[in-house]
Design a protein around this ligand. Sequence first.
Ligand code: DGL
Length: 280
Amino acid sequence: MMKTFKLEQGPIGIFDSGYGGLTILEDIRKGLPQYSYIYLGDNARAPYGTRSFEVVYEFTLQAVKKLFELGCPLVILACNTASAKALRSIQQHDLPLIAPQRRVLGVIRPTAESIGKLTITRHVGILATAGTIHSESYPLEIQKLYPDIHVSGTACPLWVPLVENGEADSDGSDYFVKKYINELLSQDHEIDTIILGCTHYPLLMRKIRQYTPSHIRLIAQGEHVTNSLKNYLSRHPEIETMCRREGTCNFFTTESVEKFQESASVFLNEEINVKNITLK
Ligand code: DGL
């Protein structure tokens, strides 16, 4: 029998394939510290970026159901790959069947909305996983809102593995950071704004900044997702009142707790409470 989830008060769920969503969680917690949060990283199965549509959808749906089981009335897919490949199907197909009163939101739309105010040349670049680039989600969303903006994209398949393996600041990462930035800029010399369209990439920010010409603005998503969430909660009191307000944050990973604790504490600069979880 299909399991269904009734609306109940609980923490906001933040999901990513691995550590990348922590960059979004941090900004959301700064902007909305009153709420309680659960972070779920599917580190054992990351990266998602090179996986097929079907697999990303299946893994993301498993994670959303787990977060519902843990009581979340609202889940943010803090992963562009999952937002590009699974969000629409989950919203349109699964939610009406399993949890019609709960909500799942992504990170692509809020980022696309903010870009119109940021580019002056109206030429924008996207750096993202192969999955996100091939889905064409960014050009589609941006052109719906701003038909005058020209969008180019480059897939950076090696950046997430560098971050997941703790190599973001190593000397070896320079080659691949430079390579993908140059590939993007050689497509369009008028780009003045680059979206880091993968939540892992802010963890490479120091090197990305180093190899990007200084007149080009780099956009990380946390701030834009946070503003969009604030706006969403103010427009949806039926969801907002279901978001628990205890200011707590608990972490779940499909990998080893020790490994997650060690890596995540470096990104977050704090001791965290982590539990292991199985997704199926
Ligand atoms: N942070 C995810 C994203 O925003 C990562 C992707 C992956 O696992 O490849 O796309």
